[in-house]
Design a protein around this ligand. Structure first.
Ligand code: ADP
Length: 486
């Protein structure tokens, strides 16, 4: 049975309100393309109200600013506990609006509870230094929240990314305006209700669903917004960095796309490497920023690997995301589906060998067959651009030196992986590959304790890890004249 939809309005100043324009937009169930609900469509006027509320909540005498850091930790920990309380409902809602497998949504929501608790725990662990300046002076530093933050979310991980960005910003003492992706606004609104229940004062968190060029762009251009944290495509990330410098100088954290290389050496354990490489591209229907979308396999094992990869892909059970035996659900929206089909057509046209898949499944819902291309060459479009779908591209290489240069021959630099039993090869690869995350004999090994982000066009700044709160803090140096003789 479909989960009940409890919130569809904008959340501003702890109240549920209609958009000023009165407009709404439809949000869909990717399994069959049906409309789930009409959601209030925020635009510039609503962003202005939300930013004004966040600015009031950031005033030096506001309830929020007068809380000490331990109180912030307490409230945020309570929020994480409420997410745990409602985990089953949240997972159902996430699966319904995004199309991800319900089993995966349950796993992700539970993981997000842990992440929320970890990030909340950082709230009162930040403090400045005392500095013995040369001469007759003494200095200390204060770490203070940057101000109102705009948090712009993607549709592929609505719950974990909401929790990650909001809890980090709030742990630092900031106030926020969240703009969820237009494809998946529902879980963000429910999470806002849990923040209110946890005791967040009015205006500290505001959630304004809407579209990128409307609500999103208004937020990135707003002169009262001190920082933007964005997760999404490289193209929009570039627009955001430009917008951040138009009316004021916003701090920017960007977590963007990738074209991540996974290298399989001749000595790899194929019983582990084949299913791991498959999960690294087919999980979440390939809609993962770190997806291993360039799979480099060494020459001696190439044919055997391709054979096994194809057998593996053929066993994937595509269908209804709520069924427990389904292993691949639909793409999240129609535009993504069509883009993936275009990339598959380009792969065939440019000479890659289609080994399995390649078609849309059915006419309702946004399903694509798990697809494997062999004999992919570095200059083909499918080896250069982010497809964001269940398309495994397998390339052949001879030496480690060669594959490192080929792996780095891209503007992306989010993640990389290698399978080998040779420690020297693994560590040389880890040292030289240009990526923010490197996984050895595994893939997508992540957690809130470890910094996450990209090299080159894959991002700016880091999320997670014990220092992530620094991204939301300013350092203030206070110096006191201190004569040596008194
Ligand atoms: P994807 O390509 O994965 O759909 P996008 O990068 O287009 O992701 O979108 C991610 C988020 O950025 C969404 O919330 C979207 O509404 C928002 N967005 C899109 N365009 C802009 C823009 N010009 N300014 C600000 N936000 C935008």
């Amino acid at each position: 049975m479909a989960p009940q939809i409890k919130y569809t309005k904008l959340f501003i100043d702890n109240e549920w309100v209609d958009a000023k324009s009165g407009k709404t937009f439809d949000t869909y169930y990717p399994h069959d393309g049906s409309i789930i609900a009409k959601v209030a469509e925020g635009d510039k006027a609503d962003i202005d109200l939300a930013v004004a509320a966040a600015k009031r909540a950031f005033h030096r005498n506001s309830e929020w600013r007068l809380y000490d850091a331990s109180k912030r930790r307490e409230i945020l920990t309570k929020f994480a506990d409420l997410v745990a309380r409602d985990a089953s409902y949240l997972a159902e809602l996430e699966s319904y609006n995004n199309g991800m497998l319900l089993t995966m949504a349950n796993y992700i929501v539970n993981m997000s509870v842990g992440a929320g608790q970890y990030l909340a725990s950082l709230a009162d662990k930040y403090h400045g230094d005392t500095i013995p300046l040369d001469g007759e002076a003494f200095s200390y530093t204060l770490k203070q929240p940057v101000g109102v933050c705009g948090l712009i979310l993607p549709w592929n991980g609505p719950i974990p990314i909401f929790i990650n960005k909001v809890v980090t910003a709030l742990a630092a003492g900031c106030t926020v305006v969240v703009k969820p992706a237009e494809q998946t606004p529902l879980t963000a609104l429910y999470l806002a209700s849990l923040l209110k229940e946890a005791g967040i004062p009015a205006g500290v968190v505001n959630v304004v669903p809407g579209f990128g060029p409307g609500a999103g762009s208004s937020l990135t251009h707003h002169s009262d917004v001190a920082k933007i944290s964005f997760t999404g495509s490289r193209e929009v990330g570039m627009l955001i960095q430009q917008a951040a410098g138009v009316n004021n100088l916003k701090r920017v954290t960007l977590e963007l796309g990738g074209k991540s290389p996974l290298v399989i050496m001749n000595d790899a354990d194929l019983d582990i490497a084949v299913p791991t490489a498959a999960a690294a591209i087919f999980n979440l229907s390939g809609q993962v920023c770190v997806a291993a979308s360039r799979l480099y396999v060494q020459a001696d094992i190439y044919d055997e690997f391709v054979k096994r990869a194809v057998e593996h892909a053929k066993k994937i059970n595509v269908g209804d995301p709520t069924k427990s035996d389904t292993t691949q659900g639909p793409q999240t929206d129609e535009a993504t589906l069509n883009k993936i089909l275009e990339y598959i057509a380009l792969g065939k046209k440019e000479g890659a060998k289609l080994m399995t898949g390649g078609n849309r499944i059915g006419k309702t819902g946004y399903y694509v067959e798990p697809t494997v291309f062999a004999d992919v060459k570095d200059d083909m479009t499918i080896a250069r651009e982010e497809i964001f779908g269940p398309v495994q591209s397998i390339l052949k290489f001879n030496t480690l030196e060669e594959v490192i240069d080929r792996a780095n021959n891209t503007n992306y630099g989010l993640a990389a992986g290698i399978f080998t039993k040779n420690v020297n090869n693994a560590l040389q690869y880890a040292k030289h590959v240009e990526a923010g995350n490197v996984w050895i004999n595994g893939y997508l090994i992540i957690g809130p304790q470890a910094p996450f982000g990209g090299f080159k066009d894959s991002g700016l700044g880091r999320e997670n890890g014990k220092d992530c709160i620094e991204e939301y803090l300013e350092v203030k140096t206070v110096s006191i004249a201190l004569p040596k003789k008194f």
